[in-house]
Ligand binder design. Structure first.
Ligand code: F3S
Length: 106
């Protein structure tokens, strides 16, 4: 599967959802997650994300390992998103920030 890392938090650009052939993205208030049961590892979403938030599971950096479980967990309760929508209003300000996990709204 592919994993959405912390870089997405408070940005949610949603460019990723438009290219997903299997509609595997799920939407929360300020973060998107990938449903690992649906993702086919096509990787087309990776270059679409302005925050470089999406990585293949095997390439998830050590400090983002917790996001693997979190994507799977949140995907179970969040609704599907299949169409791009405007990013969060201050997305550009949050794009390059790190350690955003405490900002995640469930
Ligand atoms: Fe998030 Fe990037 Fe998609 S910021 S919503 S993973 S385009």
């Amino acid at each position: 599967t592919h994993v959405v890392t912390e870089a997405c938090i408070r940005c949610k650009y949603t460019d990723c959802v438009d290219v997903c052939p299997v509609d595997c993205f799920r939407e929360g208030p300020n973060f998107l997650t990938i449903d690992p049961d649906e993702c086919i590892d096509c990787a087309v979403c990776i270059p679409e994300c302005p925050a470089n938030a999406i990585v293949p599971e095997e390439d998830v950096p050590g400090n983002q390992q917790h996001m693997i479980k979190l994507n799977a967990e949140l995907a179970k309760s969040w609704p599907s998103i299949t169409k791009r929508k405007p990013a969060l209003p201050d997305a550009d300000e949050w794009k390059d920030k790190t350690g955003k996990l405490s900002e995640l709204i469930r």
